[in-house]
Design a binder for this molecule. Structure first.
Ligand SMILES: [Zn+2]
Ligand SMILES: [Zn+2]
Length: 348
């Protein structure tokens, strides 16, 4: 089969490799759509991954074509989505079914071969069947959607909460989509690129709810719109020192801050900012990955129901559709930022 194989940092090649050999309980998935995640770019060009050679790609969907021993043969021919984290099932978080915090996990596309290929071996338990109306493209975005939903549900954003989102990468945009779908009306978004703004307006954000941080004093901008109080829930989706300070300054008394963005470096807070956590009795929370337990209450089912009803249409965020052979163009666009993009996807 053809696959993009990462041999070393910055050394990724399209090659003919052996089809994966199925282990017990695994299913062979023919990849129909795979998205390039922001995290794939440093994995390919900067840091490498856990072992080389490795086929990256963790946001994918496809058709189950062959069941290995002990895997359900009824899956063969089914359209499927894939939860990329493979939990150990033995550590303390796993015993509580909080697999996203597994201490000893494997991961498709970073610790074992993933979706930038024609076929992937996936444990049966990591598959979800796709309802008829859910496209492969949408299903290839299940993972980032579930990540956004996990953050939203953990912080219990709802009711009349005034919400701020700082940072409008894929997760920030998806958060906006799901907050809107959940009926949130006061969602203020901070961004710094015209293309992000246009995308948000297309998704339904009213212009007066968008703050371009290049042109505004963000503290003043939000306070003017919230009776001087700030946001009840603040999603920090950047991971920089400045944006954490922004969150602490702009969150209302008794409010919640959800830290979503992966940190760029060390974080330091001035005493006057730190005081705000205490005096405003803020709740500062973290979020990681998403819940996937095959129960109705998990994040993946939450997303799947909304895809099936078409109340969320993530296809609107796909800016580039490439063939397997063209994927390197996608990596380069994201590395060099030579074009505007949201989700770059490979389709077969
Ligand atoms: Zn990802
Ligand atoms: Zn575990």
């Amino acid at each position: 089969m053809k696959a993009w194989v990462l041999h070393n940092i910055s050394d990724i090649r399209l090659e003919d490799v052996e089809e994966p050999v199925l282990q017990e309980g695994e299913v062979l998935v023919q990849v129909k759509a795979v998205g390039i995640c922001g995290s794939d770019i440093p994995r390919i060009y900067q840091n490498g991954t856990y072992r080389h050679p490795l086929i990256p790609g963790h946001e994918f969907s496809g058709v189950a074509v062959k069941s290995g021993s002990a895997a359900d043969t009824a899956l063969e021919g089914q359209r499927v989505g894939v939860f990329p984290l493979i939990p150990c099932k033995e550590c303390p978080p796993c015993r509580k079914k909080q697999y996203e915090m597994c201490r000893n996990y494997s991961y498709l596309g970073s610790r074992r071969d993933g979706g930038f290929a024609e076929y992937v071996a996936v444990p049966e338990e990591n598959l979800v069947r796709l309802p008829d109306h859910v496209s492969f493209e949408a299903a290839a975005m299940l993972e980032p959607m579930a990540v956004a939903v996990h953050a939203m549900r953990r912080v219990k954003a709802g009711g009349s909460d005034r919400i701020a989102i700082c940072g409008v990468g894929t997760i920030g945009l998806l958060l906006y989509l799901f907050l809107k779908e959940a009926g949130m009306e006061q969602v203020y978004v901070f961004g710094n690129k015209d293309f992000q703004k246009q995308t948000l307006l297309k998704l339904g954000l009213r212009e007066e709810f968008y703050c371009d941080i290049r042109e505004n004093d963000t503290d003043q901008w939000l306070m003017e719109r919230t009776e001087g109080v700030g946001a009840d829930v603040f999603f920090e989706c950047v991971g920089r020192n400045e944006t954490l300070v922004q969150a602490l300054n702009q969150t209302a008394f008794g409010g919640r801050i959800m830290l979503v963005g992966n940190p760029f470096g060390d974080v330091n807070l001035e005493k006057s900012v730190y005081w705000k956590i205490l005096r405003n009795q803020l709740t500062v929370m973290g979020t990681w990955n998403s819940s996937f337990t095959h129960e109705m209450s998990d994040d993946w089912n939450y997303v799947m129901e909304r895809l099936a009803q078409k109340s969320v249409v993530p296809e609107d965020l796909i800016t580039h559709r490439l063939s397997l052979e063209q994927m390197e163009q996608g990596f380069r666009i994201m590395r060099d930022k030579t074009e505007d993009y949201v989700k770059i996807m490979m389709l077969r």
